[in-house]
Design a protein around this ligand. Structure first.
Ligand SMILES: [Mn+2]
Length: 292
């Protein structure tokens, strides 16, 4: 199992100088830094070279997280071809960075506009069609797509692991996987352990965080149950924590952080929590406190 953290824990926008966080994540003991996909298609060759060099120097893997804006919704036929052009540029940069996995609501967009009526059946059909096309494109660059199941307030297509499994089976492409996140599962799943077992061999990526998005270990998420279920399905891929604790910026707006979750955190305190949480997560999910 490889352990990672999402850069946005420290940032207020969906883009940043990721080199800083490559160094930080490595120093804190992580195997992976998850970066935001939004700025990558516009990267220059020099931007790519600099980020890859930093990741390589630190022996760190880069994965990508992305909450697609409405214009990048591959389930929307009217804008699908331009969305696909954008994703192609993204995959091409990912390939150059040696980054092989992207996760999020890639079958749809985020956050959903619930002021309009929802037609789940029709949108599901179009999302399957769009995801198949996206998967074919991603495969050209050796990229795996992880379909994140989100809570009902953030999306309406995939809320549970069971829905994720139906969707991925219907898409039926070898590089498309189910992605679960403990924060969303806490809202939607009757049993978190059973949800992980439902995903089984189709689980491609795993996000962690407490019910209020604090770092793992500070809340009441059933980590032992999660660790046992992951062991039972033989999950040996990536576990990336995705904490959000600070207000402000587009991140605070989209994640809906209306109070300082842990009090006002300095960067030093955020780093300390990230370091301690990694030790906790390795122990609970991997049965060790050492880097493998
Ligand atoms: Mn997530």
């Amino acid at each position: 199992m490889k352990h990672g953290i999402y850069y946005a824990y420290w940032e207020k926008e969906w883009s940043a100088d990721y080199v800083k966080y490559v160094d930080k994540a490595a120093r804190l003991g992580y195997d992976i830094l998850e970066i935001g996909g939004a700025p990558l298609p516009d990267y220059t060759q020099e931007d790519i070279r600099r980020l890859k060099a930093a990741a390589d120097a630190n022996g760190l893997e880069l994965t990508v997280g992305y909450g697609p804006v409405a214009a990048h919704n591959v389930g929307n036929k009217e804008i699908r071809s331009s969305a696909m052009e954008w994703y192609k540029k993204l995959f091409s940069v990912m390939e150059k960075l040696g980054s092989r996995a992207i996760g999020g609501a890639l079958y749809s967009y985020w956050p959903v506009d619930y002021s309009r009526p929802i037609d789940k059946a029709e949108d599901w059909k179009n999302a399957v069609e769009g995801t198949r096309l996206l998967a074919k494109e991603a495969a050209e660059y050796g990229v795996d797509l992880n379909m994140e199941c989100l809570n009902r307030f953030e999306n309406y297509l995939l809320n549970t692991a069971a829905e994720g499994v139906s969707f991925v089976k219907e898409v039926d492409c070898p590089n498309v996987w189910v992605m679960l996140d403990t924060f969303h599962m806490n809202i939607e799943e009757t049993s978190i352990g059973a949800a992980i077992r439902t995903a089984g061999d189709l689980l491609g990526h795993f996000h962690t965080g407490e019910c209020n998005r604090m770092v793992p270990g500070k809340g009441r998420t059933p980590w032992r149950e999660i660790g046992e279920a992951l062991a039972e399905i033989g999950y040996d891929k990536r576990v990336v924590m995705e904490p959000f604790v600070n207000m402000g910026g587009q991140v605070g707006q989209d994640i809906k952080i209306w109070r300082p979750i842990c009090g006002d955190m300095t960067e030093e305190m955020l780093d300390r929590d990230a370091r301690e949480s990694l030790i906790f997560q390795r122990y609970m999910l991997d049965g060790t406190t050492e880097k493998k």
